[in-house]
Design a protein around this ligand. Structure first.
Ligand code: ADP
Ligand code: ZN
Length: 667
């Protein structure tokens, strides 16, 4: 297992922003919306009760006038034979109704069993189910001859009226049940017993008013200088709108904050509100997404209504990609219609309010590339503000902000902390500071010192140490050689990331790890890719060379290596066979999963190239490992002995890293 601090795990990533108690503004809250009374006082409830009552009464009544059940033999031998039957009517080709003479009907009614049968000549007193119309006709014909009557046999189709209602009764019941369930579900989602069906269309924005707000200002946001400059204009507008109105200038209606999670987008938006001293309404894009049609759109309407009431104010929509995803993707999956409606409503609302309404919309996403282009049009989110991962200097400033509240050991080097945390977001750094304080407290220390920070960083990157995990000696040896393989290969290959330390202390789900300091570059060359892949494969190769075996622990190494090689071929045009060609889709609008944008032949070529790259990297790793057998054995022994080995040890074993390695390049 090889670990790289370039990709810290987001363990509980974003810590809570330093805000006062959050005010959940539920439906029917103190904002003056009339409460929907629960229980039978609710008009909806009355409606349902009435329907239920009618149905019950009607079913009981219905029962009273139903003809009694009988069968053909009884009808023939008991009734027709005595001349009691006036006619037989076949209804819907499935039942026959038997009409009796008035006298006969009265007589039957006097019998206890038939006391409910209807009287009157226009009503049937008995009925029975028939097998087939032809059979009945034949039977009736025979009976006519036998008893010498002119008994009429009529036919009637009865799809309307009560019969239909009876047929549909289960259906009506189901629909009723559905509505009932929907209502109680929306009640659940609307929050509280008051949130009934009327509440489902309301937007549950969190409101930070002047009174409730523990103010966030630009001082609390470290780094992000460019973003702050951009956004300062918005603050200025909210403070002195007249200045802009007089000049006839138009202020952007909205700005989109784009950047990876935890980089301080929410914080920045809050700071804008804090600086301008206006209310801040915050909602997440996923809050609009509900399983019911039309709910999203009505929530958008409601949100903008709330915002206009509070203007001037800042409206912040987090994770806007939940609704703003490009339309028309995956057409055919019904769920998308709802999101499309929501997005359309958002666009309409954004067009609807004038630039001077005093509502400024800020939205955050970590994927601006998949957003619908219509959102980015002028007059909507016409300003995009990049909020990237912090650079070295910025990390130092972020540490500065979050160290303020900690009791620190004297002379703690902030620059050193910043250097140890490449690739960390602001939220990660906040997390490190908090974790370090906890670790120091656990150790009963009077102040948080450097070691606590180092353990906190390790923990956030690799998960919790699991010293208690029992490993067999054999397993330990294998892990030691595996990690030594990674370390050695990366030590000798020029373009691999410089190593910080190797350890065989199990952590999280891995049995060991080697830690690298990735440089803060923005581009990766082909050579760097190749050497990285080789170092990744170094672990597995070492197992093969020294033990002639392989184990499953290399899974994530192999996965990462394969993905890198695949990306080299398909995205970065780094394979000669395919040439400078990229199948990367930055718009995210085509679905690679279903239709490949290349032919079957190219697919085969891609496979072959990926395999070739992996093969070459493996050969490079094998070469380094076989050449340094004794060194690796020493290193593994030292690992088994000390558990953690640093780059100084490697230098002692192998000598300084060869000329022109990554480390020198960066110096
Ligand atoms: P995002 O909205 O980009 O996902 P947040 O704004 O919610 O991230 O950031 C989460 C937390 O991380 C903040 O509350 C803050 O404690 C910390 N943080 C992130 N970026 C910064 C920064 N530039 N300066 C100070 N703290 C930061
Ligand atoms: Zn490994």
């Amino acid at each position: 297992m090889e670990n790289n601090i370039e990709q810290p795990q987001q363990q509980g990533g974003a810590s809570q922003p330093p805000q006062g108690p959050r005010k959940q503004q539920g439906p029917g809250g103190p904002e003056g919306q009339p409460k929907m009374p629960a229980g039978p006082r609710n008009p909806f409830m009355w409606g349902w009760l009435a329907i239920a009552a009618i149905l019950t009464v009607w079913m009981i009544m219905g029962d009273r006038v139903t003809p009694a059940e009988t069968d053909w033999n009884t009808v023939r031998s008991d009734m027709i034979s005595r001349g009691e039957v006036t006619k037989i009517v076949v209804v819907n080709r499935e039942t026959a109704e038997v009409y009796l003479t008035k006298a006969a009907a009265e007589r039957y009614r006097s019998v206890e069993e038939y006391s409910n049968i209807p009287t009157g000549e226009d009503k049937a007193q008995f009925r029975f189910t028939i097998g087939s119309v032809d059979l009945l006709a034949a039977d009736v014909e025979k009976a006519r001859a036998e008893f010498a009557t002119a008994l009429p046999l009529d036919y009637r189709n009865d799809r309307g009226g009560w019969a239909t209602v009876l047929n549909w009764l289960p259906m009506i019941f189901l629909i009723g049940l559905f509505f009932f369930m929907m209502r109680s579900m929306s009640g659940m989602m609307g929050g509280g017993p008051g949130g009934q069906i009327m509440g489902v269309g309301r937007a549950k924005a969190q409101v930070f008013d002047k009174e409730k707000q523990t103010k966030v200002t630009f001082k609390d946001v470290a780094g992000l200088e460019e973003a702050k400059v951009e956004i300062m204009e918005i603050v200025d507008f909210l403070k002195k709108p007249e200045k802009y109105k007089e000049l006839g200038g138009k202020i952007p209606k909205g700005a989109l904050l784009v950047g990876p999670p935890g980089t301080g987008k929410t914080l920045l938006a809050k700071a804008v509100a804090g600086e301008a001293d206006v209310p801040f309404l915050s909602i997440s894009g996923s809050d609009f997404v509900e399983m019911f049609v039309g709910v999203g759109a009505s929530r958008v309407r409601d949100l903008f209504r709330q915002a206009k009431e509070k203007a001037p104010c800042i409206l912040f929509i987090d994770e806007i990609d939940a609704i703003g995803r490009a339309r028309g993707r995956n057409a055919g999956y019904g769920s998308n219609d709802e999101r499309e409606n929501t997005l359309n409503q958002l666009l309409t609302e954004m067009d609807g309010f004038g630039t001077n309404a005093g509502v400024i919309l800020l939205a955050a996403t970590n994927r601006s590339d998949i957003l619908d282009k219509a959102l980015m049009r002028a007059g909507r989110f016409d300003r995009q503000i990049e909020v990237g991962l912090p650079e070295l200097k910025e990390r130092e400033q972020i540490f500065e902000v979050h160290l303020q509240n900690l009791k620190l050991a004297p002379n703690l080097d902030r620059g050193f902390l910043a250097k140890q945390t490449p690739g960390f977001s602001g939220a990660d750094i906040a997390n490190v500071c908090n974790e370090a304080a906890l670790i120091a407290a656990r150790g009963g220390k009077p102040a948080v010192d450097k070691e606590d920070f180092m353990s906190a960083i390790d923990r956030i990157v690799g998960g919790l140490e699991r010293r208690s995990l029992v490993m067999s000696d054999e397993e330990k040896r294998l892990t030691a050689f595996h990690e030594a393989g990674h370390a050695t290969v990366s030590w000798f290959l020029r373009h691999a990331d410089p190593l910080i330390k190797v350890t065989i202390i199990p952590r999280g789900r891995s049995l060991g790890a080697s830690w690298y300091l990735p440089d803060e570059r923005h581009n990766t060359t082909r050579e760097q890719f190749m050497d990285k892949i080789a170092s990744l494969l170094g672990g597995r190769v070492a197992e093969e060379v020294f033990f002639n075996t392989s184990e499953t622990g290399a899974l994530s190494d192999l996965e990462r290596a394969t993905k890198m090689a695949y990306a080299m071929v398909t995205y970065f045009g780094m394979s000669e066979a395919l040439g400078n060609m990229s199948y990367y889709d930055s718009s995210g609008s085509s679905d690679m999963a279903f239709t490949k944008p290349f032919s079957e032949q190219t697919a085969q070529q891609i496979d072959a190239e990926t395999k070739r790259i992996l093969g070459e990297a493996e050969a490079a790793a094998r070469e380094v490992i076989t050449r340094n057998r004794t060194g690796i054995e020493t290193l593994a022994a030292r690992l088994l002995d000390k558990e953690t080995v640093f780059s100084e040890d490697l230098e002692e074993i192998f000598g300084a890293r060869p000329e022109g390695t990554n480390e020198d390049e960066r110096a």
